[in-house]
Design a protein around this ligand. Structure first.
Ligand SMILES: NC(=O)c1ccc[n+]([C@@H]2O[C@H](COP(=O)([O-])OP(=O)(O)OC[C@H]3O[C@@H](n4cnc5c(N)ncnc54)[C@H](OP(=O)(O)O)[C@@H]3O)[C@@H](O)[C@H]2O)c1
Length: 343
């Protein structure tokens, strides 16, 4: 019991991966959560050694025991998409709240899964039921759900400003260019020919134009097929910088003011008074930092997040807090709040 709040029991599945470790790092400082178990795909000591030891409170469990997981208040599922697609319905038989970090339940349209993810969706009914957990736009729904599909990392950086401007009625056009760059941790821990150090170091490339899985997710949420998304691989470990080129009814000042009005009081979204943010302003925090500039007849919005925090485990914990009626910033305290003049 901390400050009169009983500790909630939370297990992490996929704890030896990048997002799972990040979840453990954050949950280790969460005053109202007890990590009851950590699980990965493989068994034995290899997983234990790889799991972020500083955050562990309990021994590593070798294999998933679905019945034992039922004693938890929630499970954070940090597994690959296809594994999550199968695990979610099994977990829901005993666990009251599942927060899935994969894309397995993000898209409403089951027909998109064979096309973009290479598998038939095993539980299309749950695509109707799940809550899409972009926290700032989903608080009411989050309080009444058992399944949260946490948004993609690039998608979070794009949707936060885009949905705010759409809701403010400021966009004159749904044609948006989203030019996005991510650190290599966005691809998970398994190195590929493109993501290993020798390929990434001192290099920079675009990839997945017209085929990246985050494009249908952005388009579905923004309800427009005219968002053109180009991801790039940055030679850094963590962080996303997304540059949005859009058309708005007003200049940079009015767009900035609209964003500021929408996110006033939000603990994790900051709008800069002037200038554009750098990735370092968001790295390791749950912040999304926004900056606005004019460019001819377009507005440029730059949005920075940490892909492993606001783009994954941080947002999942923010959703967990809302869903379990805990203080929303618990375990995610915004460090910048203490810095004068940094909003
Ligand atoms: N990386 C990011 O920035 C990011 C952002 C948002 C969302 N996501 C999504 O979050 C999920 C995890 O991403 P990640 O980057 O952390 O991946 P990762 O580094 O590749 O880790 C994957 C984790 O899942 C475990 N796993 C694999 N197959 C499993 C199975 N069948 N059952 C249970 N656990 C299994 C792995 O265990 P072993 O170690 O034993 O193999 C490992 O712990 C993915 O769906 C990814 O798309 C990632």
């Amino acid at each position: 019991m901390t400050h009169g709040i009983a500790k909630r029991r939370v297990a992490v599945v996929g704890a030896s991966g990048f997002t799972g470790k990040e979840a453990l790092r954050l949950l280790a400082q969460h005053p109202h959560v007890e990590v009851t178990g950590v699980y990965s795909a493989r068994s034995g000591e290899a997983s234990a050694a790889e799991t972020y030891a500083g955050a562990l409170r309990e021994p590593v469990s070798a294999s998933l025991d679905l019945d034992a997981l039922g004693t938890n208040d929630a499970v954070l599922l940090c597994a690959p998409h296809e594994a999550s697609a199968t695990l979610v319905p099994q977990l829901l038989e005993s666990v009251p709240l599942v927060l899935d970090l994969s894309a397995a339940y993000r898209l409403r349209d089951a027909a998109m899964y064979p096309r973009f993810y290479g598998f038939e969706h095993p539980a299309p009914d749950l695509l109707e039921e799940r809550v899409y957990g972009l926290t700032e736009f989903a608080r009411e729904e989050l309080r009444n759900t058992r399944l949260v599909a946490c948004p993609g990392c690039y998608v979070t950086s794009v949707l936060l400003p885009l949905l705010a401007l759409r809701d403010a009625g400021l966009l004159t056009d749904d044609d948006v260019i989203a030019d996005c760059k991510s650190g290599v941790s966005g691809a998970g821990k398994a190195a590929t020919g493109v993501t290993h150090f020798a390929s990434v170091h001192e290099d920079f490339r675009a990839y997945g134009v017209g085929t990246h899985r985050h494009e249908p997710e952005i388009r579905e949420q923004f309800a427009s097929d005219r968002v053109y998304f180009t991801p790039h691989l940055l030679p850094i470990f963590r962080g996303i910088l997304s540059t949005l080129h859009l058309r708005a009814d007003g200049d940079a000042n009015s767009v900035r003011e609209a964003l500021r009005t929408r996110f006033e009081g939000e603990p994790f979204v900051s709008v800069l008074d002037k200038g554009l943010p750098a990735v370092s302003e968001a790295q390791t925090s749950n912040r999304c930092v926004l900056g606005v500039a004019s460019h001819g007849d377009r507005i440029v919005v730059v949005s920075c997040i940490d892909n492993l925090v606001k783009g994954a485990s941080g947002q999942a914990i923010q959703n967990l807090n809302v869903a379990l009626d805990l203080p929303e910033t618990a375990g995610l305290e915004p460090v910048h709040a203490a810095i004068p003049g940094w909003r």
